[in-house]
Design a protein around this ligand. Sequence first.
Ligand SMILES: Nc1ncnc2c1ncn2[C@@H]1O[C@H](COP(=O)(O)OP(=O)(O)OP(=O)(O)O)[C@@H](O)[C@H]1O
Length: 348
Amino acid sequence: MIDLRGISQIYQGPSGPVEALRGIDLHVTPGEVFGIIGRSGAGKSSLVRVINLLNRPSSGQVWVAGRDMTRLPEAELRAARREIGMVFQHFNLLSSRTVWGNAALPLELAGMDGAQIRERVGPLLELVGLSHLADRYPAQISGGQKQRVGIARALASRPKVLLSDEATSALDPETTRSILELLRQVNRDLGVTVVLITHQMQVIKQIADRVAVIDAGRIAEMGGVVELFTRPREAITKSLIDEIVPQELPASVLSRVRQLAARLAPGQGGQLLRLSYAGEQAYEPILSHLIRELGLDLSILHGQIDEIQQQTFGSLAVYASGPMVRIGAAVDYLRGQGVAVRTVDVDD
Ligand SMILES: Nc1ncnc2c1ncn2[C@@H]1O[C@H](COP(=O)(O)OP(=O)(O)OP(=O)(O)O)[C@@H](O)[C@H]1O
């Protein structure tokens, strides 16, 4: 649905050129929810503006729904943009227009007649749950409701793609959840491909199928969300998922591990293991196997069980003690079962 090929974006800043995007290659398949995450200044806004050509890239091609947007003449580009709806962080509603009037605006601008507009806007307001507030003005509704208007307006032209630029960043966690649920519903029921830009892994975790991590204008890492949470490779990814899965163990846990290590019987080894697993492995009795078949002692020190994309996702810190060779066998066994295993040394 979206193909970015070799995209670079160079701005002329006051103190010389700024390379905001450096050779981005990215493919978004039809019907998926694709997340783009990065820290402030990583290039997220530049990237989203390139997709609908609000920014013309310095080099590269932007293919949306089978057309190279960079080659379209202005009139065709305007038509092509109607296939890309956009939702903004600060909603960008017109304060002088009602909820209905805001949702209807793109259709009025496109010259649609009144009856057709009514036919389209009614169901849209119903979809976003605002039919009862159609006559209110933006100043008379909540932030979450404003974003629902923003979504209705973005969908008015029946786009194939919805770009969401930090759509929930100004909202509290509960409202964020309900707006993300609405975007998921739009994706599922209307078949709209969703690309969302965010700096919060929580957003990615709740809604995205796949994700690209962007850092200093480059894609640092890209893949399925469950895979990314289970096996983050790059430091930037680890630091971003830290808000959901703490990458460092608390000092109290590490000091407990040192106590356990000091109490090991002669000839016994001990190893702190960080385990991450998702999906079917969550239901397998893998830890009992280590205890029963390999005769290891296990202390579960820290962890959490969560859900990503309707899949159970777990992260555990376990101290295994027993003969060193069996601990090695346990690590091999766990990896063979698809569990991501990291051995952690706690010597200070
Ligand atoms: N019009 C501009 N002129 C010069 N430099 C710019 C311009 N727009 C963005 N930049 C620079 O390009 C880089 C990427 O900016 P961009 O806004 O795309 O990042 P971002 O990831 O969206 O950040 P944020 O989350 O803070 O909005 C930054 O270094 C920024 O300072």
